[in-house]
Design a protein around this ligand. Sequence first.
Ligand code: 2P0
Length: 348
Amino acid sequence: MSEIHRASTTAPVNIAVIKYWGKRDPKLNLPTNSSLSVTLSQSDLRTHTTASCSPSYPSSDSLLLNGSPQDVTGARTQACFRELRALRSALEAANPSLPKLSSMPLKIVSENNFPTAAGLASSAAGFAALVRAIANLYELPASPTELSRIARQGSGSACRSLFGGYVGWEQGSQADGSDSVAFQVAPASHWPEMRALILVVSAAKKGVSSTTGMQTTVATSSLFTSRATETVPRRMLEMQKAIQEKDFEGFGKVTMMDSNSFHATCLDTYPPIFYLNDVSRAAIKTVECINAATGKIVAAYTFDAGPNAVIYYLEENEKAVVGVFKAMIGGKDGWKGARGEKVEGNKE
Ligand code: 2P0
């Protein structure tokens, strides 16, 4: 019986407060604007992945996600496998005593503990975990930055799940994507009072995939250009400053405005893309009421490519924010569930 080599890891979900929407290179997932996200607690929302390889495995690579076999022949997964194998090959060439893992078939087994493709950034945690599990299996001396460059080719937002805390993704300017990588703005410990409440409206798969949606937006929306070239570059600086200064009002305002801007460009796409529904809009109203009652911004909503809401708030305002939303769960308002999340650093 030949040997089996194995390594496991987990990767967390990240929720963008400055959204990635638009590709300048769809093959390499190079974005038209930089973005910034908050990494959520790994305890509830994460992908757990085991990567193994063995000369005794069937000749082709395989991937099992939540027990179902997945197609690994797609360009994105292949790009990640190819890049990681090339790095392992280089190690083996430099050190001939190492086992030749790069030429063995890979078996990847992955489990998500949250709804897949329901606007909860499942592809982000998924590709981040896949890349890190294989990097661990291959014992690559690669930095999180280097791994983020590889994970980005699997799914753009995945590059931000290689770091914990507050994470930026630099759009970069090189045609080969070498400078389109993630970077840590601040560790979770910098602002540990930050919380995220996830309001699940629907666990159904989204109607328009992010990849298709963003390509149609780039091709048809007239709002898109000013968002990508003026609005987001300005907000990236404002957001980093708000995080550095732990200024929740600044953080919250930019978060809400950027979510609104992203969904406005979706509506401005032809044919239009609707990710928000009536329940999402009720959440926006509720946040506005909470903030008006408090006299300052204590809650900030953001929505990805789906109707589920993520509400950021500080621990000290838990009652004012979560109390109001919890009272709405299970009622006629349409929320199916809610859970509070801390911001966490990555487990290495
Ligand atoms: C984000 N989203 O910044 C934005 C906000 C959705 C809305 O990144 O085609 O799954 O795999 O690069 O990363 C979702 O897009 O797209 C996304 P691909 P991805 O989180």
